[in-house]
Ligand binder design. Structure first.
Ligand code: FPP
Length: 243
């Protein structure tokens, strides 16, 4: 594919991408921000700051490629166990990210959505998130989903309760009670930083998802690394349990 704005080796790699073989939904676990900062003798939060810039690039390239859904794990339910200053920094980074990105999201025809329990977040942040969702709701090119205060088991429990209340026990009914029932399951899940685990992300949805693990730390995950992951995905044969 010929992608505007890419140069040199990255543009060359992008030419190997086949449009018809791209994943419809990519999910990312953005891991390794802390280690990236530590390696440079910087405070951990500097890694998160650089990580937010990486996310912006991944969102933009996803839209250019024509990927329809991108889900990024921004804050897990387990992240509340981190030092208070780091949590406050992450909440503030999210505030700034939303403020700065809304115009770009609108310009690029991207819709923001959120998966997770928002009511446990600071009230002003809840309002800012709702406002960003409202302002970008007309976006048609890419559905950009931020998983915030998200946990896979919590989502499963929530869907099970919803299903029980409805009194219909089936996969279809269960799915209706997920945070975002209209979003198809991810085709590709990327985790950076060399950890080979799922860490409570999208447990129900990844039943048949292709998994891609790379040692690259999230702040270093650039366009070229993203295209490498997509090329790897294209080479796989998906069978969904069939022969
Ligand atoms: C994991 O790295 C990353 C997080 C817990 C937060 C992810 C957040 C960002 C990438 C910031 C951008 C997002 C928004 C929208 C504000 P880690 O801290 O666990 O790294 P480590 O494993 O090396 O310690």
């Amino acid at each position: 594919m010929e992608i505007e704005g890419l140069k040199g080796k990255t543009a060359e790699l992008a030419r190997e991408l086949q449009k018809e073989k791209l994943p419809r939904h990519v999910a990312v676990i953005m891991d390794g921000n802390g280690r990236w900062a530590k390696k440079r003798g910087l405070p951990r939060v500097k890694g998160h700051e650089k990580g937010a810039k990486t996310l912006r690039k991944v969102v933009e390239l996803s839209a250019k490629l024509g990927i329809q859904y991108l889900t990024a794990f921004a804050f897990s339910k387990e992240n509340w166990e981190r030092p208070r200053e780091e949590i406050e920094f992450l909440m503030d980074l999210l505030r700034r990210y939303l403020k700065n990105e809304i115009p770009t999201l609108i310009k690029n025809d991207i819709k923001l959505e959120v998966a997770g329990d928002l009511e446990e977040l600071p009230e002003d942040l809840q309002e800012k998130i709702k406002d960003a969702i409202r302002k970008t709701s007309a976006g048609k090119r890419l559905d950009f989903i931020l998983a915030i205060n998200y946990g896979g088991r919590a989502e499963i429990l929530r869907a099970a309760k919803g299903m029980a209340q409805e009194g219909i026990f089936s996969q279809e009914s269960f799915r209706k009670h997920l945070y975002l029932p209209h979003v198809p399951d991810p085709d590709l899940l990327i985790r950076t930083s060399g950890e080979i685990r799922i860490s409570n992300f999208l447990l129900w949805q990844i039943a048949y998802t292709e998994l891609y693990f790379t040692p690259v730390l999230w702040p270093d995950f650039n366009e070229r690394e993203y295209i490498k992951a997509l090329l790897d995905y294209q080479r796989r044969e998906r069978r969904f349990g069939r022969v």
